[in-house]
Write a new protein. Structure first.
Length: 386
């Protein structure tokens, strides 16, 4: 996600600075090169040697005659993006007022003047985050195009965002955004049909691929709506659903202003009229009368004839040729842009193999599901651009 990206990492004097080693490692795992800039307060919380270990570069702890801030984030500087994580209320206020009294604030002023993208991940006590002056400072800095990664409010503290949220924001800020201005709807994971108030019918889908697609579309600039039976995520507006009927209704509702739908969810093919009370155990054989559920992409296609739709085809009993054939049958039936086809053996796993099948051509992807999500998002951009 961050392959070839140079990240300047500003570290300030929040106790969340103890997380910077893990954050630097995660940025590098995603492909980035990282060089750190530390305020004096940060250096009293985490030793510069630890940051040097995490980044494999000497951190900048003072500005000297080498004008390190310009070398790092000037107009011809090294960095593609300046990330400040964690950022204290004090640092945000100084950036808003163009006060340059630490290596971090001086580098921030330089980056903003040079047009280098800036991402800020605040971490402070919640009352500080709610202070009118801090709110005004954040609003002002955001108006300059700086992206804030919202903190997690836990135990009365605005704790620094997760590493995944921060790396996603950095990737969006640093890269091209060919889906900028587009609204993409993504379905993800399994749906669940109630048998009674306790028991359900579902499947083994983990939702990793759908979430990876949503994240990738966000990184490429899109506004994303994620429809799934899962938690809120920092890269999309979430519509929480449980059953196939709920998912179909939610997608039909939000698709009206969408530019495309990626139907990655493993939607139940059958449902049952649920019992009002728990079916008692120990009664011997039980027969359920299963009814087929309407196909989501057929329902959406009927309501939105011109909406680009990406479908998924999962099989467990066929080779690649038959998988391609079945994918193209689906393309023809629902007028899909392309279909992502794979074997059921990849369900729930982090690694995957998939065929991206179009009407007349196809390509193969092998790797992790994050990479598959990016491949799907890029192919979607190609389809929308054409």
């Amino acid at each position: 996600m961050l392959s070839g990206v140079n990240v300047a990492l500003g570290v300030t004097g929040s106790i969340a600075a103890v997380k910077v080693v893990e954050l630097a490692h995660e940025l590098r795992r995603q492909g980035a090169s990282v060089r750190a800039v530390m305020s004096p307060s940060a250096s009293s919380i985490v030793h510069p040697w630890a940051v040097e270990f995490a980044t494999e570069h000497d951190p900048i702890t003072e500005i000297t005659g080498r004008v390190e801030h310009v070398e790092l984030c000037g107009r011809d500087g090294w960095a593609d993006v300046f990330l400040i994580a964690p950022a204290t209320a004090n640092t945000v206020g100084k950036i808003a007022a163009a006060i340059d009294d630490t290596p971090v604030t001086t580098t921030a002023t330089t980056a903003l003047g040079a047009g280098v993208p800036v991402v800020i991940a605040p971490a402070m006590h919640e009352p500080m985050y709610d202070h009118p002056g801090v709110v005004d400072a954040i609003d002002r800095v955001e108006s300059w195009g700086v992206q804030f990664v919202d903190p997690r409010i836990e135990e009365g503290k605005a704790k620094i965002a997760t590493e995944a949220a921060i790396t996603t924001a950095v990737a969006r800020a640093a890269g091209d955004r060919p889906l900028d201005g587009r609204h993409i709807v993504v379905t993800s994971g399994a749906t669940t049909e109630s048998i009674d108030p306790v028991r359900t019918l579902s499947n083994r889908a983990s939702g990793r691929t759908g979430r990876a697609v949503a994240r990738a579309c966000h990184v490429l600039g899109a506004d994303v709506t994620l429809v799934h039976d899962g938690p809120k995520v920092p890269y999309a507006t979430v519509e929480r659903v449980e059953s196939a009927a709920e998912m179909t209704a939610a997608v039909t509702e939000v698709a009206g202003d969408a530019d495309a739908l990626v139907s990655a969810a493993a939607i139940s093919d059958y449902t049952v009229d649920p019992a009002e009370k728990k079916i008692k155990s120990g009664q011997g054989r039980l027969t359920l009368d299963l009814e087929p559920t309407p196909k989501l992409i057929d329902t959406v296609r009927a309501d939105y004839p011109n909406l680009p739709i990406v479908g998924f085809k999962l099989e467990s009993d066929c080779d690649d040729d038959r998988l391609r054939s079945r994918a193209r049958t689906l393309i023809d039936r629902a007028d899909l842009s392309f279909v992502v086809a794979n074997d059921a053996s990849v369900m729930g796993k982090s690694e995957t193999r998939a065929l991206l099948v179009e009407a007349d051509t196809d390509s193969e992807y092998t790797g992790d599901k994050q990479g598959l999500g990016l491949a799907i998002a890029r192919k979607l951009h190609e389809q929308l651009h054409d």
